[in-house]
Design a protein around this ligand. Structure first.
Ligand code: FES
Length: 571
């Protein structure tokens, strides 16, 4: 075994060795633990303000069991935890900040290998980004989805059910008392969102990338097998340290392509696009927006799960989970079978005999749930650097649509005007939202799936074309064009759209076009003025350095990795 990195702290017979060991001994650790034992950092995003990760202290104990069994020395440490539902203005504003916390916490401490405890949406990409920038042996463990929501005898999915019921209340088909009664029914166990929202999508990405043990994506948080997986993960990371199996050997171009294939097959979140590009950016692997379209858009969606379908993650687990999907992809020739995974085996070896127990939930490649359902990437004069749409969650009848723009300059203006019965809008219009991108919001909030006007809902209309530089929740649905780049706040063409302009969306041709002549656009550009930038703190650093959505919205100076060389002594 290669000399352990942690021995640069604990293996010293000098004043500094005393300093590194002695203060740790206040926790009661005996001396032999400091002698040539792989030190496993358990990077924990536990927080009571991140309800999806609130059970992580318990989960970490199972990881520790495995680490002890395998002869390692587990040390749990906290990092910034990002709760999607509580953190304002948006958890995404802090993804890159959390990734810096992870990177520096790993590099600066006596750690030989890392277990990443991830759950709620942004906790997964931030931990992967930070760990990838260090490049130690690393394995991921997701916290698992909640049990299915149940309300009035029916399934109720995280987020998805909320958007649906909100529309029902506004359309007058659901009483407000019933709406609030559903609060306790939707989220009734530990775990993260149990639709194929961003958390479940990213947990699936972790597994598809090979960054976890097989089965990570779908085991419910409260199922005893989640704890078993945690224990096995603890055992495994110790061997990964002994084998010097660093994250860079797993996160290869092939692994990212497997993730793109998988995201299409599960009807995954549009947020996976932005997160995978940011993670790839830390590894130095070129991954472009066009790759998602080229590799994924023609693939079918195999999983009938909300928001694209009707089932929930619990059903997905009972049906066989992600291994059954990966097997379908592998048999169809849409998987890099040799990609190495965290258990030391190829991804194909892990899944080639994975059973499917319910074809209503996980369909075959030959008879999929939805054809050609992967993320489509649009370009055109309204999105020179690209925009995305999720066809599996959109209305087929709106995939080619020309309409009159109704523009909202900010989310506040949208909220103030959308319920105004005199607003000149109907289902033939295109709703346009500006200034919600990385720099504009700031943080690129999940506001792109704008509520429809109540007067349109009352007609029984359930979808309209909506376009913006924002993101949307992975639990959301509709014909929603997102991530328009460049965003309005940096002067992208979106900034120049006025109400009354004509906009063409043609998903088959991958086009998003603003039908306004060049002279008019030039005049509008001359009149456009950018909003002032923040002048202190994290907001300033973020606004000065955040890249656009088509580059993953990471900070420009965080691209690439710095490795895990041992820093100089502290005293
Ligand atoms: Fe945490 Fe959905 S809010 S996973």
């Amino acid at each position: 075994m290669k000399k352990l990195r942690s021995q640069a702290w604990f293996g010293r017979q000098d004043r500094d060795g005393f300093l590194y060991r002695s203060w740790m001994k206040n926790q009661g650790w005996p001396n032999d633990l400091f002698q040539d034992r792989p030190v496993i950092g358990i990077c924990n995003t536990w927080s009571e303000l991140t309800p999806c990760n609130a059970h992580f202290r318990d989960l970490a104990e199972y990881v520790k069991r495995g680490v002890w069994e395998a002869g390692g020395f587990p040390l749990e440490f906290p990092v910034m935890s990002l709760g999607e539902t509580q953190l304002r203005p948006t958890a995404m504003l802090f993804r890159n900040l959390a990734s810096m916390d992870v990177e520096e916490s790993i590099r600066g401490n006596p750690i030989d290998g890392v277990v990443l405890l991830m759950g709620c949406d942004k906790t997964t990409p931030s931990l992967l980004m930070g760990a990838a920038s260090c490049d130690l042996p690393t394995i991921g463990l997701s916290g698992g989805p909640m049990l299915s929501g149940k309300f009035h005898g029916c399934d109720l999915g995280s987020g998805t059910g909320l958007w649906q019921m909100t529309d029902q209340v506004r359309a007058g088909t659901m009483k407000l008392e019933e709406f609030f009664e559903a609060e306790g029914s939707m989220h009734r166990s530990k775990g993260h969102c149990m639709t194929m929202g961003t958390a479940s999508t990213m947990a699936s990405m972790v597994e598809a990338l090979g960054m976890s043990l097989p089965g990570n994506a779908a085991i419910p948080a409260v199922d005893a097998r989640r704890n078993t997986l945690a224990q096995l993960t603890g055992r495994r990371i110790v061997q990964m340290v002994k084998d010097d199996l660093c994250i860079s050997r797993i996160l290869t171009r092939e692994a990212f392509e497997n993730a793109i294939f998988t995201n299409a097959a599960i009807g995954g979140s549009t947020n996976a696009v932005i997160h995978l590009m940011a993670i790839a950016g830390r590894t130095g692997i070129p991954l472009e927006l066009r790759d998602f379209d080229r590799l994924g858009s023609s693939l079918p969606c195999l999983v009938d799960i909300q928001p694209s379908g009707k089932h929930l993650m619990e059903d997905f687990f009972y049906a066989g989970g992600l291994p059954a999907v990966l097997r379908e992809l592998g048999e169809a020739g849409v998987l890099h079978r040799d990609a190495l995974t965290a258990n030391g085996q190829s991804i194909w070896k892990n899944v080639r005999e994975a059973p499917c127990w319910n074809r209503d939930v996980i369909r075959t490649f030959a008879e999929p749930f939805k054809a050609s359902a992967g993320i489509a990437v649009l370009h055109g004069n309204l999105a020179p650097d690209g925009a995305v749409i999720k066809p599996s969650a959109a209305s087929p009848s709106l995939m080619r649509f020309r309409g009159r723009a109704v523009v909202f300059e900010s989310i506040e203006e949208f909220h103030a005007r959308i319920n105004d019965e005199t607003l000149d809008i109907d289902e033939t219009c295109v709703m346009v939202l500006k200034n919600c991108g990385p720099r504009g919001y700031p943080g690129m909030a999940e506001v792109g799936n704008m509520l429809l006007p109540a007067k349109v809902l009352r007609k029984g209309v359930t979808d309209m074309v909506r376009i913006s530089d924002a993101r949307m929740s992975g639990t959301a649905y509709g014909t929603v064009v997102l991530h328009i780049s460049p965003e309005a706040a940096v002067g992208g063409p979106l900034a120049l759209v006025h109400s009354g302009d004509n906009i063409l969306l043609d998903v088959a041709k991958r086009e998003l076009r603003l039908d306004v002549d060049g002279q008019t656009l030039a005049r509008r550009r001359a009149e456009w003025t950018p909003a002032p930038r923040p002048n202190r703190g994290w907001l300033k650093l973020y606004a000065d350095h955040v890249m656009q959505a088509d580059k993953g919205a990471d900070l420009d100076f965080l691209v690439g990795r710095s490795g895990a060389s041992v820093p100089r002594d502290s005293h």
